[in-house]
Design a protein around this ligand. Structure first.
Ligand code: MN
Ligand code: MN
Length: 352
């Protein structure tokens, strides 16, 4: 009899579990004691067709600033720091458009970012399309505001110049950060066309300004042609680890990320900056300085997923130039990479 009663109770709970919506399953497992119902949710594909409605990042609510947020998604429509093809000023808008296809759960990681964090799209930084230095200042000020609100920034470029003011702002709060930098290029030129600020000088300036803990800096995917055979050595001389694309070919990058996590440790404030040209032009042609032989899309996912366990204090995705990819695939991939960044933030719950 006891057995039958137990079975009955089990069956009743099992049945309840089958019919309860996901919101009830996770109600007690989210951060800060908040229920999922308190968090912004992406507009579902059955509430409004995915091709319709407002094209905010991930179909999340839009708000003016980062008040009340754990994570702020913001656009940086900049391409006046670009050296070759322009067009990254259209990146944020196109990535928003393609992000409507991204659904709220990671099937492989089981990550549930929108059950974990309050996230919204806070729009674009009001950049000055005639003045790169003023644009850099506007971005630093915007990130200052995000951090003052207690939120983490996930920035969507825009050319890679945008990362310098983000790092300046972060250093004011966190001190120098560990850096995971995916890119075809080292971006460590001293000058470009006589200018100190451009998309290819970012990490030289950041290191000079003490914004990066260089012995915890990893540049992944560097490759192709340079001006001199020792182009990447300046980074190494500063203490950074350079992992060329050739070192990544034909293999999973998960073991490499295990090592990087071990080197950085779980407490050091860390920043992930992802230049889309780190990936191969076959998967990400929509960019200004494409180089053959880059990382695959799945290796890009592995790098971002491998950041889970770090104390990520922010992330960015830069250098998507939609006019060079009429298929939209570069922006779609970028949107998925941004979703993976949300999933890799500390405190992002897993369903299991
Ligand atoms: Mn770059
Ligand atoms: Mn690059």
């Amino acid at each position: 009899m006891g057995y039958s009663l137990t079975l009955l109770v089990y069956e009743a709970f099992k049945f309840a579990g089958d019919i309860l919506p996901p919101s009830n399953i996770y109600r007690d497992s989210t951060m800060a004691g908040q229920s999922k119902d308190n968090f912004n949710q992406p507009l579902g594909g059955n509430q409004m067709p995915r091709f319709a409605g407002q094209a905010s990042f991930f179909r999340l609510p839009v708000q003016d600033d980062a008040t009340g947020l754990d994570v702020a998604l913001l656009g940086m429509p900049v391409d006046i720091g670009t050296s070759n093809r322009p067009g990254t000023r259209f990146g944020p808008r196109e990535i928003r458009t393609e992000s409507v296809l991204v659904r709220p759960y990671g099937m492989a990681t089981q990550a549930a970012p929108f059950d974990s964090f309050q996230v919204a799209d806070i729009g674009d930084v009001a950049v000055n399309p005639y003045n790169l230095l003023k644009t850099v200042g506007a971005i630093e000020s915007a990130i200052d505001d995000v951090l003052a609100a207690g939120a983490k920034p996930i920035s969507v470029g825009g050319d890679h110049t945008c990362t310098l003011p983000v790092l300046r702002s972060l250093a004011k709060v966190h001190g120098p950060v560990a850096l995971i930098h995916v890119d075809a290029h080292a971006d460590i030129n001293d000058e470009m066309f006589g200018e100190k600020i451009a998309h290819g000088t970012v990490f030289r300036r950041a290191i000079e300004e003490g914004l990066i803990e260089t012995n915890k800096m990893f540049q992944i995917g560097l490759r192709a042609t340079g001006y001199a055979a020792d182009d990447f050595d300046w980074s190494r001389e500063q203490g950074a680890t350079v992992i060329t694309a050739e070192e990544c070919w034909y293999k999973s990058l998960a073991p490499m990320m295990d090592q990087i996590r071990e080197s950085i440790g779980p407490d050091t404030p860390a920043y992930l900056t992802f230049d889309i040209d780190g990936l191969d032009p076959s998967v990400a042609p929509g960019t200004g300085t494409p180089e053959p032989g880059g990382l695959s899309a799945s290796q890009g996912l592995e790098v971002i997923r491998g950041c889970y366990g770090l104390n990520l204090v922010g992330c960015d995705l830069m250098e998507v130039s939609p006019p060079y990819d009429t298929t939209g695939n570069t922006s779609l991939l970028a949107a998925n990479l941004l979703f993976e960044m949300l999933c890799s933030l500390p405190g992002c719950i897993r369903r299991s």
